[in-house]
Design a protein around this ligand. Sequence first.
Ligand SMILES: *[C@@H]1O[C@H](CO)[C@@H](O)[C@H](O)[C@H]1NC(C)=O
Ligand SMILES: *[C@@H]1O[C@H](CO)[C@@H](O)[C@H](O)[C@H]1NC(C)=O
Ligand SMILES: *[C@@H]1O[C@H](CO)[C@@H](O)[C@H](O)[C@H]1NC(C)=O
Ligand SMILES: *[C@@H]1O[C@H](CO)[C@@H](O)[C@H](O)[C@H]1NC(C)=O
Ligand SMILES: *[C@@H]1O[C@H](CO)[C@@H](O)[C@H](O)[C@H]1NC(C)=O
Ligand SMILES: *[C@@H]1O[C@H](CO)[C@@H](O)[C@H](O)[C@H]1NC(C)=O
Ligand SMILES: *[C@@H]1O[C@H](CO)[C@@H](O)[C@H](O)[C@H]1NC(C)=O
Ligand SMILES: *[C@@H]1O[C@H](CO)[C@@H](O)[C@H](O)[C@H]1NC(C)=O
Ligand SMILES: *[C@@H]1O[C@H](CO)[C@@H](O)[C@H](O)[C@H]1NC(C)=O
Ligand SMILES: *[C@@H]1O[C@H](CO)[C@@H](O)[C@H](O)[C@H]1NC(C)=O
Ligand SMILES: *[C@@H]1O[C@H](CO)[C@@H](O)[C@H](O)[C@H]1NC(C)=O
Ligand SMILES: CC(=O)N[C@H]1CO[C@H](CO)[C@@H](O)[C@@H]1O
Length: 668
Amino acid sequence: MRMRVAVLVLAVSFSLTEAERCVSTSSPHCYKNSIRPEEDFICEWDERNPEKSQTHTLHIWDTEKKRFLMRKNSSKKGQVNVHLEELGIPSKKTDIWVQTQVGNLTCNSSKISVILECMVKYSVPQIISMKRSARILNLTLDKPEDNKGAIYEIRWRQRDSEWQNTTFETKDGTIKDFHRLHLHYQTIYQIQLRRQAKLKSRLCKDSLHALWSDWSQMVDVPSDIRRRPVIRWVESNPKNGTRDINLSWDAPSAEESVGGVRYNLRLSVWPCDKSKRKKSTTNQTYNTSITYSEARISIIAINKVGCSPRRQIIIPAVKHLNYCDSDMPSDITMANNKACLEWYKLEDGETRPRTVHSSNKILLKNIKNEVEHFVRHYYFLHTIRKKRYQTTVMCPFYSEQKAPKNGPANVNISDVTHESAVVSWLSIPVAEQRGFLQHYVIWISGQGNTKFHTVPANKTSFLIKDLHPGASYTVSISGRTEAGNGPNSTVNFETYSKEMGLSWQDQTILIVCVVALLCTIICSVAARRLKLLPEVPSPVIDAAEFRCPEEQDQSPTIEEVHEFVLLLRQDLNKCRENMTPEQSTLLQDFGLVIFEEEDEEDGEGGVTDLSSVKSCFYPNPSYRGQTLQLPEPFHMTDSTSRDNDTESTYRNGLFFETRVLECDKTSL
Ligand SMILES: *[C@@H]1O[C@H](CO)[C@@H](O)[C@H](O)[C@H]1NC(C)=O
Ligand SMILES: *[C@@H]1O[C@H](CO)[C@@H](O)[C@H](O)[C@H]1NC(C)=O
Ligand SMILES: *[C@@H]1O[C@H](CO)[C@@H](O)[C@H](O)[C@H]1NC(C)=O
Ligand SMILES: *[C@@H]1O[C@H](CO)[C@@H](O)[C@H](O)[C@H]1NC(C)=O
Ligand SMILES: *[C@@H]1O[C@H](CO)[C@@H](O)[C@H](O)[C@H]1NC(C)=O
Ligand SMILES: *[C@@H]1O[C@H](CO)[C@@H](O)[C@H](O)[C@H]1NC(C)=O
Ligand SMILES: *[C@@H]1O[C@H](CO)[C@@H](O)[C@H](O)[C@H]1NC(C)=O
Ligand SMILES: *[C@@H]1O[C@H](CO)[C@@H](O)[C@H](O)[C@H]1NC(C)=O
Ligand SMILES: *[C@@H]1O[C@H](CO)[C@@H](O)[C@H](O)[C@H]1NC(C)=O
Ligand SMILES: *[C@@H]1O[C@H](CO)[C@@H](O)[C@H](O)[C@H]1NC(C)=O
Ligand SMILES: *[C@@H]1O[C@H](CO)[C@@H](O)[C@H](O)[C@H]1NC(C)=O
Ligand SMILES: CC(=O)N[C@H]1CO[C@H](CO)[C@@H](O)[C@@H]1O
């Protein structure tokens, strides 16, 4: 037990020795928040001793009358509210200090000598708004509590550089304080402000009394947004009368985005509601649904110092229909604001005019009789369902229809044969239709009778058949609406007489023959290559017998049948080295070389036209056998027709006409 008491006493004495030190507070700071005379004061100080069981007593000493004006214990940590009624007259010179009591020890803070009346400290200035335009920053600030003018100090700097500062004064009797600051173009700044009261009392002339407010929070000043946002939109799922629109846009540049950017959207998507729907977002996307009708969306980007110019986009209406879609419900009675009828004149069937009417009260049957006759109009009936804008019906209409004003333009006849022709035309423009075009009517008159056809309204050509050869015809074509036929557009033409040109049957026969001939040639070449045909020797036949009739009047070329030609491969290679690849063709399988000169001047005798030569001279394939069977050894072919520089040769059953070239000579 004794032991325990001893420990306790020790502990207590230890804690007391800790606490027994009396540490004075900082000198007090006394002020009021405005220059209003009825305002109470507040005194503040910093406690430097963490000890809890201490009391602080504020002493206010009248230095003239040498008496205490007030002594007050603090109830709140580090401050005392000094009420005017406790204090009496505040315009006296006073000494003020704080006495601290710890246990039975006391200590005093240092004294301040002030006239309390002059101790005014305003609240921290608040920036209400900033507007920046290029180099000028307009600041709007809140007024101090007493709504008086004040002296401000403002400091600003570009990031990470030196502060610059200036002071300015504001006037009494305004609602807000303003200041205009000149800054550099397109640069981010940081600014801070503080203010003090303008004291008019004679007692306060001494500037020692002036108290600055605390500095306001440092604020980043972005540069103004000069460009309108670039907005993109994607339309998807046009279905059930509604379309999803996903909008996205770019953020402004980094120096314009400092401190955050938000975007205000204005949507006109509901024609019956003239007030625009507004959305504000910090995202760079916005998704919504719109009707099939035109929608306008505009956007501005807003940062701390202003907003960008407005960007507007128009999302066009879906393609206008030419006829009513029977799938859409035709009659909807409009009961409330959830439906909207929109209509306009659609003169050319495509262009939405400036004047668009809309109403959520009128019914379609009412407007049908009011709008201009014979002119196409278009209407939409929109509804809102589950917060989705939707087009229930859209359709063109006429209050009254009339026959088309004109016939189709550009009526043209083409592909004329001896018994048929194609008539084509441009469809009648919507503005001239004056009603729904049901079909076109075509009359074909000629040879004393008239035939009559109807063609669907979406067609613009027609094949006229069963005509007489060499006869002249008149084609009249007009559009028809429910009110009747429009004027005719007329064109005349004449069919060809039968003799003219080759009929298509003749052409077919000709083509078949040519194809057959080519096939024969190719097959036989292939057959010989595969050695399918027996090698029958045959006598030398004068090639002139197979001369192509077309060549008869050309200068005769000198030809000879080679008995046997063998070329050494080395020689061939040598030759090839001397020649450009275009000039030589090596048929290695045959051990044959064909030298050709580029046919620049072959006007004099089909020198290189091998195909024509082949088809004319081909008939006897057994030349090949002959050449191969002759037992002659290497044999130089010495051309006897040097003067013409051309020679005709039969090799492997093919006829070649070659010009003898320099290289040719060396290799042979
Ligand atoms: C202030 O506090 C001290 C110590 O607690 C006390 O003695 C004194 O009476 C108090 N004075 C007033 C004015 O309350
Ligand atoms: C102060 O209090 C301590 C005990 O807490 C006591 O020993 C001391 O004598 C007191 N001093 C005076 C001046 O009263
Ligand atoms: C504090 O000030 C009061 C009043 O002037 C005085 O009586 C007291 O002795 C002072 N105490 C100290 C520790 O100076
Ligand atoms: C700044 O204020 C002045 C006058 O108060 C005004 O003329 C000017 O347009 C303002 N500038 C901006 C960017 O708001
Ligand atoms: C700018 O700040 C400096 C340092 O705080 C100060 O000495 C000077 O008076 C200020 N200038 C203005 C115009 O307020
Ligand atoms: C859209 O129409 C389809 C049928 O065409 C229907 O199944 C679907 O539920 C409709 N969606 C809405 C949102 O009305
Ligand atoms: C549009 O946004 C919606 C979500 O709101 C999404 O389901 C849809 O796939 C988006 N469409 C496109 C084309 O991105
Ligand atoms: C868009 O912004 C809203 C708040 O304005 C937020 O709730 C939402 O998640 C954001 N969406 C996207 C895709 O960032
Ligand atoms: C809009 O849709 C896009 C997809 O295209 C999506 O990335 C985005 O988050 C959506 N925005 C909102 C606000 O839902
Ligand atoms: C023309 O209209 C008919 C129905 O009236 C339709 O079946 C046809 O596909 C249309 N032709 C063209 C080329 O649009
Ligand atoms: C168009 O021509 C046809 C045939 O010549 C004729 O029957 C018809 O009356 C004409 N129509 C008009 C409006 O002249
Ligand atoms: C171009 C050329 O020299 N042509 C001659 C070919 O040979 C015939 C008769 O051998 C001459 O008449 C041509 O003038």
